[in-house]
Structures are given as C-alpha cells and as structure tokens.
Design a protein around this ligand. Structure first.
Ligand code: OAD
Length: 247
C-alpha cells in the first residue's frame, strides 16, 4: 500500500494540473451515508426510486422526507481530512478542478475553490410551477412539501435527478477541465452513474494518468494507473504528509 501511495504522490507532485472527481465516499468519514453502502438506504428505497421526476410527481412528500432527512445529517457534518487535503493540494497547483457528484457542500466548507457540482446543491430548491429558485438552509424545512412564496406552487429540491440532464454548460466545463489536466484522481464513487462514470475512461483515452481511491474495486479500477483501496480521509493527507511520516 505504501508503494502505491508513493507512486500516486509522485504523479500528483509532478503534475501542474489536476482534475479530481469525487462521489459520496469522500463524505462517508464525515458521517454522511453513501447511496449504495449498507447504511445508504432510507426506509428501504433505492436512490433511483426517490431521486426522479416520476417519484416526485407520484409522492412529493415522500421524496421531500428523504431530502429533509439528508439535509439534517448534512447540516451537522463537517469536512474530514480528505476534503481538507484536496483544498490544500489545490492551493499548490497551477490548475485544479474539483468535479463533484456530491450535493452536500463540504468541499466548499473545506476551502476548495474551483468546484463543479454536477448534481447541484441540496440547499437549492425550485418551484415546479414558476421556476423560482431559492437558497434554503432551513433544517428541518417545515411543512412538506414546501410551497413557493411567489406562486404557491410545490417546491422541489434543485438537484439533478435520474432521468434529468446536467446542463450542457456544466458538462462542457467538466470535459474541458479534464482535457486541460495531466492527471485525474477519482475518489469515493461507485462509477455506475453517468456521466461521471465515464470520466475516468475519457481521461485515460486522452492520455492522462488516472489515480483512483476507493474502499472497493469499481468497474474501471483495473484500467487506471494506480488504484488505492483505502479510505480517502486517511489516504489524501498522505500525499503531502508521507515524507514526514516515513522519512
Ligand atoms: P455511491 O454510494 O454509489 O458510491 C460510494 C462509493 O464510495 C463506493 O464505491 C464506496 O466503496 C466508496 N467509499 C465509501 N466510503 C469510502 C471512504 N471512506 N473512502 C473512499 N471510498 C469510500 O455514491 P456515488 O458514486 O457518489 O445521484 O453515487 C453517484 C450518484 O448516485 C449520486 O450522486 C446520486 C446517486 O444516486 C443522484 O441522486 C442523481
């Protein structure tokens, strides 16, 4: 394991430009359940059964109960050493983009600057009738579903759901950031939800070095340059602390 960490550390140190992709695993050590882990199921529903326009149409209160539960957990969570390490690495690089599927805002809290939120933010809500959007930090959010101050329509979470399209401008920015980076690090994502699932392969095919950190093998782990099977909160700080630890 030490060898792999050293290999990854050298690749990262030598590259002036980095693109990083994160998923729910990076926030697991902050106490936020992942989606596909054993603690990730809420009342036995899978994320696909709740995070979709159809699910919301059928039962907005149920979907909101799930979001309200997650907002309460996220509200109490603080960044862990994995989030903090990424902010510190960013400060040392000429070019650094943090692409995240997470909607929890912990990268921002840790001090990361150049962030692309592929799936939006759990603190944004929007009206299903008039489209008004609002930043809302109320925890719990009150009567469910919340209604629009403007037109009394039902408000929905402003996040991107299954069956919905991530805005083209965000996809373009993401692809450009991968193209402009020499190295990509993929952290704590199961690699089964598109478009994020294909980003590591996209980077590989464009000749980038790809490093993955995950507790488990994912569908593309064997195709990447370095796969480190470990917790991100324990691994990422080693990229700058390992000299102090092992010398
Ligand atoms: P998942 O729950 O699918 O995967 C979490 C990954 O993190 C798994 O591969 C775990 O092995 C890994 N993991 C857990 N703890 C870890 C730790 N401490 N260190 C490193 N790795 C760890 O979450 P995502 O891949 O983020 O989308 O899920 C992708 C999307 O599916 C989400 O953004 C969400 C979900 O449904 C929508 O809601 C649209």
């Amino acid at each position: 394991m030490q060898e792999k960490i050293l290999e990854a550390k050298n690749i990262i140190e030598e590259s002036p430009s980095l693109a990083v992709l994160t998923g729910a695993g990076i926030s697991a050590e902050s106490g936020i359940p992942t989606f596909r882990g054993s603690d990730g199921l809420w009342k036995n529903y899978s994320p696909q059964q709740l995070a979709s326009p159809n699910a919301f149409k059928k039962d907005p209160k149920l979907v909101w109960e799930w979001y309200d539960w997650r907002r309460q957990i996220i509200d109490k969570a603080t960044p862990n050493p994995g989030h903090t390490a990424l902010a510190r690495i960013e400060a040392e690089k000429e070019k650094f983009t943090l692409i995240t599927q997470n909607i929890d805002g912990l990268h921002q809290k840790a001090g990361s600057q150049n962030i692309i939120q592929l799936h939006g933010s759990i603190w944004e809500i929007k009206c299903t009738e008039c489209g008004t959007t609002e930043t809302n930090y109320e925890v719990p959010i009150g009567a469910l579903p919340p209604v629009c101050n403007n037109c009394s329509g039902i408000m929905r979470p402003g996040t991107v759901w299954f069956g919905e399209i991530i805005p083209m401008s965000i996809i373009d920015k993401t692809i450009l950031s991968i193209e402009e980076s020499e190295v990509m690090i993929i952290i704590g994502t199961s690699g089964v939800v598109e478009p994020a699932a294909s980003m590591g392969l996209m980077a590989k095919q464009s000749g980038k070095k790809v490093i993955e950190i995950n507790l488990e093998q994912t569908p593309n782990s064997s195709l990447y340059d370095v796969f480190i099977q470990a917790k991100s909160g324990e691994t990422l700080p080693l990229f700058y602390k390992i000299d102090e630890i092992y010398n």
